[in-house]
Design a protein around this ligand. Structure first.
Ligand code: COI
Length: 350
């Protein structure tokens, strides 16, 4: 592949020869992936960087047959001076360990996870988009790669990281998205795996998501499966409701993914003087909200322009972004990109 060299500010850095404008959220193949194995549920051995490519799995691998797999998502940003920042990678390492425990997998130590992320980003650094063009999405996977036929934890595990430059997750970007409340399907149930990043949690929302998209909505807002009344989350992100100076988000009760962007927005909002509540939010409360927004690593922060529930549509902020959402978005993204000083201690230089 041809290479280009770009000078921004004081440093010169090499960029892949790629059209950086209009990045969306599609996989772009980069140079390297990181692979690390663990046999017989011992410890993970030393990992290695390999050229990005297909992997070999037995047809009887635990991940293929019984869904014994987890993933994470985090981002790297390029600063104006060309250097690279990771956003809260330790949080992902810890979350992967919790998820692995839930589905009986060994997981890399926090140190192994952080080292692997840094090595992978460094090896692919020419794929970190220039400032203002997007970020490098980092996708760690942990899977039961050993062979099983009867239902049991796999005898071998593979930890793998690949990366892709990305732009907006929703094509709307900072324009608002339109959600429909789902009544038939649920994302998670008490005692299930909704609170960890199991790969199966994502396949299970595809049906409702496809139905919503076919009806002209951007995505689905799920309710709890017991009362069919309390907000849980959107297919790929958490949800927040703003009323006056109070910001509410569903409490983490095992059916909701503990998003790292969710946690960061809660801290940022508190720091900015908002009252933040992690609580039950009934679907009726969204009719009365001033603003609604979603958060996630891929999504970052996305304003919600309308929510439709049982055929009734409630709109917010004339389908634009509300003042509070904009304020939180600007604070978070300026910090992530190294535009403002990181007063929260969340960014990690590569
Ligand atoms: C993320 O935001 O990193 C996620 O895991 C959501 C995914 C559907 C892209």
């Amino acid at each position: 592949m041809r290479r280009t060299t770009t000078t921004i500010s004081t440093e010169t850095f090499e960029l892949a020869n790629f059209r950086w404008d209009n990045l969306g959220f599609d996989h772009v193949q980069t140079d390297y992936m990181y692979v690390m194995k663990c046999s017989n549920v011992g410890e993970f051995s030393e990992g290695e960087l390999l050229p990005f490519g297909n992997i070999e799995l037995s047809p009887s691998a635990g991940v293929l047959n019984y869904g014994q797999g987890l993933y994470e998502g985090l981002k790297a940003y390029r600063k104006e001076d060309g250097s690279i920042l990771l956003f809260r990678p330790k949080e992902n390492a810890l979350r992967m360990r919790l998820g692995a425990e839930r589905i009986c997998m060994p997981s890399p130590t926090v140190e192994q996870f952080l080292k692997a992320v840094k090595h992978t980003v460094f090896a692919n650094k020419r794929w970190v988009p220039p400032p203002g063009k997007g970020s490098l999405y980092i996708r760690p996977l942990l899977m039961g790669s050993g062979s099983v036929l009867g239902l049991a934890p796999a005898p071998e595990y593979t930890f793998l990281i690949y990366v892709s430059p990305v732009g907006n997750y929703f094509k709307e970007g900072l324009k608002s998205i339109n959600l429909v409340v789902e009544n038939e399907y649920h994302r998670a149930a008490p005692g299930g795996t909704g609170g960890v990043k199991c790969i199966g949690n994502y396949a299970s929302v595809l049906k409702a998501q496809s139905k919503a998209r076919a009806n002209g909505y951007t995505d689905v807002l799920y309710l709890d499966s017991i009362h069919k009344r309390y907000l849980e989350e959107v297919s790929s992100c958490n949800v927040f409701v703003v009323k006056d100076r109070t910001i509410s988000t569903p409490e983490i009760i095992g059916t909701i993914l503990p998003g790292i962007t969710r946690k960061s927005i809660i801290d940022v909002a508190r720091k900015q003087g908002f009252q933040v509540k992690e609580c039950r939010i009934s679907v009726e409360e969204v009719f009365d909200a001033d603003e609604v927004f979603c958060t996630g690593t891929a999504v970052v922060l996305s304003p919600v322009g309308s929510i439709t529930y049982l055929g009734k549509r409630t709109s917010y902020n004339n389908n634009g972004i509300g003042v509070v959402s904009q304020q939180l978005y600007s604070f978070l993204t300026n910090l992530q990109k190294g535009v403002t000083e990181d007063t929260m201690g969340w960014t990690v230089p590569l």
